[in-house]
Every structure is written in structure tokens, then in C-alpha cells.
Design a protein around this ligand. Sequence first.
Ligand code: TYD
Ligand code: MG
Length: 452
Amino acid sequence: MAKVKTTFFCQNCGTQYAKWQGQCNACKEWNTIVEEVIQKPEKNDWKTPTTTIKKASVPLRIKDIDVSKEPRLDTYDGEFNRVLGGGIVPGSLTLLGGEPGIGKSTLLLQISLKLPYKTLYVSGEESQKQIKMRAERVNPNNNNCYILTETKTQNIFKQIEALEPDIVVIDSIQTLHSDYIESSSGSISQIKECTTELIKFAKETATPVLLIGHITKDGHIAGPKILEHMVDTVLQFEGDRNHVFRILRAHKNRFGSTNELGIYEMQGSGLREVTNPSEILISKKDEELSGNAIAATLEGMRPLMIEVQALVSTAVYGTPQRSATGFNAKRLNMLLAVLEKRAGFRLGAKDVFLNITGGITVDDPAIDLAVVASILSSNEDTALQKGFCFAAEVGLSGEIRPVQRIEQRILEAEKLGFSSIFVSKYNKISLKNTVIKIQLISKIEDLVDILI
Ligand code: TYD
Ligand code: MG
């Protein structure tokens, strides 16, 4: 019996220590260092190394490397394909993180049930019956999806060898444990070991593996950062749990861009792909209401029309309240100060509430102008003209600044039937034959003159 070896790991950043100490030298967190027993007998995990003779790599001239066809597996989910950059790369590890209850298990189960390939869905969190009940809501007719409830990696590999699936889904990496490490599931050393075993399996058999990862209270994937370094792709599933929209983003992608994003709507029968988000995010109402303005924003590479709502009212307490949902509160204060100074609005004694509808959060500076327009509209209690939309940043001196990819925004607004779009005079626009009226403005006073 090998000698039991223990090591100390910081549960926050994964740094290893020989003995216990109160504060981690690397991340400066207190009380995060925990003793973990690691025991490494002869390894016998995914196929013993003796059976697979490693081909030694030889250097090649870069122009001789063949990249002609990098085959990708279609996931039959347009949004998921888009975020991955066109499908799953064989032998890749994809990590999906997100808040509890956001729909990670639902998303991956739904994808597993749509695939025409042999899929193995391994769950360490729910029983087969629970998964079946969920599958019944989503898509009950699939003959290729196998469910396994198991947490020990060695047993999982045994089943994989028997079944030979084309895709493996693991829900979740924090519930797995390997025999070679004695510490409990979810600890740093277990996560590291299980991921290493899965990577070895994925690379040697060219089977893609999709992992679900829990996140900590500050929004990082639980466990060491090293998990994110080890996998090929890190996806984040986000959204407000009380709203129906979910956004899937790539934080890291070795095989594609991280600018793409996918939008889903949570329904009674699982997640529905939202292919035209603008139509849903803008409420269609017949009466015109004050305080509403439409912004042409970009989420990733995708143009998106969103609705900004403002409510300006007389402050009841001495200090006026400013609150923003889905928009940076500091930026709101800045825009209010600009309005006060440049457009002579006495907003100092007013409460201002701002809301981006649909429960989404936007940090695109191009929505500034729509924010200003909605505040002006609410302050005057007059609705903006129907068919107006906005896409520009507002600077500290009240100048209207250009934003990137303006033409894409204009075309989206035109597609959705808007009649006028307000943009900065300094944006270079080479669009011809547009039906939509492009209103060029250079300072905030121009906007006030036009709107009021
Ligand atoms: P889940 O996928 O278990 O979240 P996670 O794995 O990220 O913790 O479930 C998300 C929520 O979605 C759950 O609270 C219930 C809801 N839901 C629906 O609204 N419709 C559905 O069809 C399903 C399956 C779940
Ligand atoms: Mg889950």
C-alpha cells in the first residue's frame, strides 16, 4: 500500500501548499486552504497507456498542415451551433456553466434528445426517473439517448466502452469522483483528476464531451480556474431566473469566436430557440406611452432591438433615487448629469427609474441615446413618435458619439419596420437606398429640439 499523501489546496484558486496556513499567498483569501488526501496508485483509467501506443509528433511546416476539413457534429440546435462556431468539434471538451435552476440540465438533455447520434447522458444529480420525467416534457421520442446515473469515473468509462457513444454529456463535473483520489467530490483535486481523465478519453477516441459546471456565488465556475484552462470551450448560460429569456455565450472557444450568442426562451416544454429576438423584446402595443424608447443594440455580432423604459417623478425624499435594471447605474447618473448641464433639465429633484425590458442586461454604449430619449419622454410625459429608434453613445460634453457596426443596426431597424433611426453625425454610413430615415445628430441639444 502506497503511503497516504496529503496536500493542502486553496479552494478559491487551486494553489497547492505543503502545509496548512490561514491565508492563501496567491489569491489572498482567508480560510480557504483545505487538506485533501491524494493517493496515486498505478493508474488504470481510460484504457491503460500500454494499449495505446502514442504516436510521436513530428514538426511540420505550417503550410503543410492539413486543415482542409475540420468535421463538426451538428447539434440540431441553431443557437447552440452558432455559439460553438458551427457545431461540436470531435474530441473537444465543452464546459457549460450557469446559476442553479437556469436550465443547464434542460438545455443539454434537450440537445441530447434531438441528436440522431448515440448519446450518453451521465447524471450524478438526478435519478433516471427524474430525467425521464424531464425528457417527457421536452421530447419523449428518441431512441439514441442513453441515461446513466453514476458518479464514479471508472464506472462511467466501463459503460462508455460497452456502449461506444458518439457524444457524452456529464451533469455535472462537481459530482464526479475518481478512485485514484480520496478527497470528496467537488474538491479541487477531484475536479482536476476527473477532468484529466475525461480529456484523455475525449482526445483518444475523438468523442466530444459536454460538461455541466456549477458556479460559485460570485459567478465563477466552482473549482479551480484550471478547469477553464483545461477544456476547449467554456459556455455560460445566463439570464434572470424570473424572466423567460436565457442567453448562451462563449467565454472561451478554441474553435470559434466568442462574440456569438444564442437566445432561448424557457417554456413549459423546455427551451425554445429564439431566432428573431427583436420581435419579442419589443412590446407591441397600440397606445403610445411616455418613457419608452427603442435602442438598436448589438449582442455579440447580432443586432437586437430592445426597449428602454424610464420613469421620472418628483422625489418624495430629500435625496432623489436613481435605480436601473439591466443598465449600469453609474452610467445612468452620468447621462443624467449630462442632461442637466447640457440640456438644462432640472432632474436633480426627480427620482429616475430605468428598466431594460425582457430581463436582459446590456452594456453596449450605443443604448445611451435611447436612455436619454426615454428619460426626456417620461419627464415631459409625452410619448416619442412611433417608429423612432436610437443608436449612439453620449459623451460627457453632450456630444453624440459614433458606435461600431452602425450599418448592421440600421438594417435591423429597417427590417423591423422602424421609420427613423437617430445616429451620430460622425458615423460613416455608406448605405444606399434605405427606406428608413437616418437622422444624423451631433449634440444632445439637437435631440431635445427634435423630440420636444
Ligand atoms: P434545470 O435545467 O434543472 O436547471 P439547472 O440544471 O441549470 O440547475 O431547470 C431549470 C428550471 O427550468 C426548472 O426550475 C424548471 C424549469 N423548466 C421549465 O420551465 N420548463 C421545462 O420544460 C423544464 C424541463 C424546466
Ligand atoms: Mg441541473
